[in-house]
Design a protein around this ligand. Structure first.
Ligand SMILES: *Cc1c(COP(=O)(O)O)cnc(C)c1O
Length: 399
């Protein structure tokens, strides 16, 4: 029996909704995208949501909106996917990497130490769906001495008066911290709807705006929408209204709007996300956990505390005392049994492009240790208990 790692959850309901979108005569950004934005905002309890075609584009659009560019620094964990850092580099700024905690999340003490007068933002990453310490991150950003270091360069930075907390929540839709949902935990939060994520639109992302009260979130919403579509003052839908052809281009924008075909998929999944998708993912996590928690050959991931709840995205198991080679061999042998596993993630300083930029893994010992013996197990809606047991048994036998 083959067990894939994370196939998308596509059923007849999604296919029917996509077919409806295709037949409707409107396939790019339109009513379905606007409805999806509203539903995500309601779900996360945040002010406004802009849908885009990827989380990467969402991060870049947000950094651009905040005026981040050459000479600026943005603090990120070394333990993340390349998208987090690439968005910063594409804006001309510098990613400043810091090491993480044993729970895979950015270490806030390290964030504090890394802040300079060039720091404009921090991008904490909710690895595996487990929320970062947002209370502590805001405490640092609002600290008087740290605020004094902040040198605003434009109106938005002046208005905020401190470092921006921009959450990379590619994994954490539905996760909570102190009963608040991801999407309302940071100033701005970016979700991914890529094919392997908990909720997918094939490719897609969303920017959730939750800035302090002195910001006009409706205005920012409009700005981000315009900037996701070439800076054009009218989107395709507005232009097709009879006589509405004339438009202006207010800024040299990006091109990363979401299509209604993608939104059709997202609408169906979001509707049943809390009632169906997350509960099943939780059952799978619990089944893995019960199997490994009392077996001292393994280190189980932390996915629930008194204040935090995961979105059950990645079950990041670690094999105690395994070297990188041991772990790789286990993945290979699992593959030979037809079981696909994965590693989340290769710390950025181990990748060629980041080595060339001068990042060194020696500076991130915890990230390296986590990576070296981590193995992500299959978790997806249609994974059966029998299959979970096969994965568990295979891993035990191989060890
Ligand atoms: C998937 C992922 C992204 C990028 O998402 P896209 O929608 O593919 O751009 C960003 N950050 C993390 C941590 C991810 O896992």
């Amino acid at each position: 029996m083959k067990i894939p790692f994370s196939p998308p959850h596509i059923d007849e309901k999604i296919i029917a909704e996509v077919a409806d979108a295709l037949r409707s005569g409107w396939i790019t950004t339109g009513q379905r995208t606007k409805l999806f934005e509203q539903k995500i905002a309601d779900y996360c309890n945040c002010k406004r949501v802009v849908c885009v075609n990827s989380a990467t584009a969402g991060l870049e659009l947000t950094l651009h909106w905040f005026g981040i560019g050459v000479g600026d620094e943005v603090i990120i964990p070394a333990y993340t996917y390349t998208a987090t850092a690439a968005a910063i580099i594409h804006c001309g700024a510098k990613p400043v990497m810091v090491d993480v905690n044993e729970d895979f999340l950015i270490n806030v003490e390290n964030v504090k130490k890394a802040i300079t007068s060039n720091t404009k933002a921090v991008i904490p990453v909710d690895i595996a769906g487990f929320p970062c310490d947002y209370d502590k991150l805001f405490e640092i950003a609002n600290d008087d001495n740290i605020k004094k270091l902040f040198k605003p360069k434009n109106r938005e930075q002046e208005q905020l008066g401190r470092i921006l907390i921009l959450s990379d929540a590619a994994h954490s839709l539905g996760a909570t911290f102190l009963e608040k949902k991801s999407g309302s935990l940071a100033d701005i939060t970016v979700f991914s709807f890529h094919a392997v994520k908990n909720l997918t639109t094939a490719e897609g992302g969303a920017i959730s705006i939750n800035l302090p009260a002195n910001f006009d979130c409706d205005k920012i919403y409009n700005e981000l929408c315009v900037n996701s579509l070439h800076g054009q003052t009218k989107d395709a839908l507005a232009k097709t209204k009879a006589g509405g052809w004339r438009y202006d281009v207010s800024t040299i924008g990006y091109k990363c709007n979401m299509t209604d075909i993608a939104a059709a998929m997202g609408l169906v999944e979001l509707e049943r996300y809390d009632s169906l998708i997350l509960p099943r993912r939780k059952e799978i996590f619990d089944r893995y956990h019960a199997a490994f928690i009392n077996d001292d050959r393994f280190i189980c991931p932390i996915f629930e505390t008194s204040t935090k709840k995961t979105s059950y995205h990645v079950y990041a198991l670690r094999i105690k005392n395994a070297s990188e080679n041991d772990r790789d061999r286990i993945i290979q042998q699992m593959a030979e049994l037809g079981i696909a596993t994965n590693v989340h993630f290769i710390p950025l300083p181990l990748l060629s492009a980041y080595k060339k930029l001068g990042y060194k893994i020696e500076h991130y010992p915890i990230a390296y240790n986590l990576f070296s013996n981590e193995i992500s197990l299959p978790v997806y809606f249609n994974l059966t208990n029998e299959q979970v047991d096969i994965v568990i048994q295979a891993l035990r036998n191989l060890l």
